[in-house]
Design a protein around this ligand. Structure first.
Ligand code: ADP
Ligand code: 5GP
Length: 212
């Protein structure tokens, strides 16, 4: 079966639980690499440079754009966010499934460059629950929460463009479902052309050996 790494995009409303879900997935399975983005946003409490993001000054970020070091970038709620090329290339070459946790415009750009990318949209079960999670996280001011909720209305328009909608209700269940979705994608026949050819050849040899 397919051993090459898949490129996966996980998007979703701010507060949907993407970060939490990614952490669970990486804690439970070892075939994933999570791309670390560059951003001009300030670190939240507990966030570390190089772990959650590469936190950069605006000039530093603009330099990355100039150097063509990013696969994509977008502006979100007043800050730049972008995907550095190098890590993605390295991890895919190692055979790992690489996850980009990025917003909808970035997802569209990645899908154009890599049509094989699997797009997964994470959402809470309801808008009320989204607001509860954003408020409960306690990392943004009321004004910023409002901005992110308004942005969610725009992001919802992109949902039909995604391959999968993952309703993040129970965290443990959602983690397993996410892993199952990705495993199923590996089994898609179009991704296994080499294996189909290989076993076809093997069958010919085996049947010839028996003189049939
Ligand atoms: P995102 O990365 O999508 O912005 P976070 O992972 O920061 O969202 O989650 C937002 C808040 O919701 C956090 O306080 C987190 O603990 C909580 N949360 C995440 N997933 C769930 C879930 N399945 N059920 C309840 N709360 C959740
Ligand atoms: P946050 O500030 O909550 O960490 O992220 C805000 C939004 O930026 C989220 O929707 C997140 O998925 C998105 N994001 C994070 N990194 C990138 C990136 O490299 N590119 C793009 N386009 N979006 C990103």
């Amino acid at each position: 079966m397919e051993k090459k790494g898949l490129l996966l995009v996980v998007s979703g409303f701010s507060g949907a639980g993407k970060g939490t879900l990614m952490k669970e997935l990486l804690d439970h399975y070892d075939n994933y690499a999570l791309s670390v983005s560059a951003t001009t946003r300030a670190p939240r409490e507990g966030e570390l440079y190089g772990r959650e993001y590469f936190f950069l000054k605006r000039e530093e970020f603009l330099r990355l754009i100039e150097e063509d070091a990013l696969y994509e970038y977008a502006e979100y709620a007043g800050n730049y966010y972008g995907t550095p090329r190098q890590y993605v290339d390295e991890k895919l070459a190692e055979g790992l499934d690489v996850i980009l946790e990025i917003e909808v415009q970035g997802a569209e750009k990645i899908k154009k460059q890599f049509p094989d990318t699997v797009l997964i949209f994470v959402t809470p079960p309801s808008a009320d629950e989204l607001k509860r999670r954003l408020v409960g996280r306690g990392t943004e001011t009321a004004e910023k929460i409002d901005k992110r909720l308004k942005r969610a209305v725009e992001e919802a328009k992109y949902m039909p463009f995604y391959d999968y909608i993952l309703v993040n209700d129970d965290l443990a269940e959602s983690t397993v479902r996410l892993h199952d979705i990705i495993s199923s994608e590996h089994a898609v026949s179009a991704r296994n052309r080499d294996f189909i050819l290989q076993i076809t050849d093997e069958l010919k040899i085996v049947t010839n050996e028996k003189g049939e």
